[in-house]
Design a protein around this ligand. Structure first.
Ligand code: ZN
Length: 151
């Protein structure tokens, strides 16, 4: 993304700022069918992801916690992206999103709004902030009770 257009970069940053200031689906979920806690010790980001899974579909998703702008915006965008999707699709989106941020040649998938986080690839220390919510989601779906660690 080193050749990213400056105006595109600005637009992406605006979306991230907006999701940090006004996180979507930012509330706990007493009747959640799945949940997990995540912690990124490198930055201090902490969050809990809640899911309501019905008939193999993520019917609802939310999160609470506190962290840097990237981790909060990523969690907010994630809850929007996974709502209404089958669990298998959510898991494949998790893998592809992770690849987009960590691999030199990411897959040619349409990430929709999640694309705004692609610039994080240039800042390896922040990749863990952007993927924390996704690792936590993955653990929630796997029923892992432990706290997700990015390390
Ligand atoms: Zn962070």
């Amino acid at each position: 993304m080193t050749d990213m257009q400056p105006d595109l970069r600005e637009l992406y940053q605006e979306v991230i700022f907006d999701h940090n200031r006004h996180p979507r689906n930012f509330h706990d979920m007493p009747d959640a069918s799945h949940s997990a806690q995540g912690h990124n010790p490198l930055c201090g980001d902490e969050l809990t992801v809640y899911l309501q899974v019905r008939d193999g579909v993520v019917a609802d998703a939310s999160f609470v916690g506190q962290g840097c702008a990237i981790s909060t915006a990523s969690a907010s965008l994630m809850t929007e992206a996974v709502k209404g999707r089958p669990v298998a699709e959510v898991e494949s989106l998790f893998r592809d999103f992770h690849a987009m941020l960590t691999e030199a040649q990411p897959k040619g998938r349409d990430f929709g709004k999640l694309e705004v986080l692609s610039g994080v690839r240039e800042f390896p220390a922040r990749v863990k902030c952007a993927t924390l919510a996704w690792h936590t989601l993955h653990n929630a779906l796997g029923g892992v009770a432990d706290t997700a660690k990015t390390e």
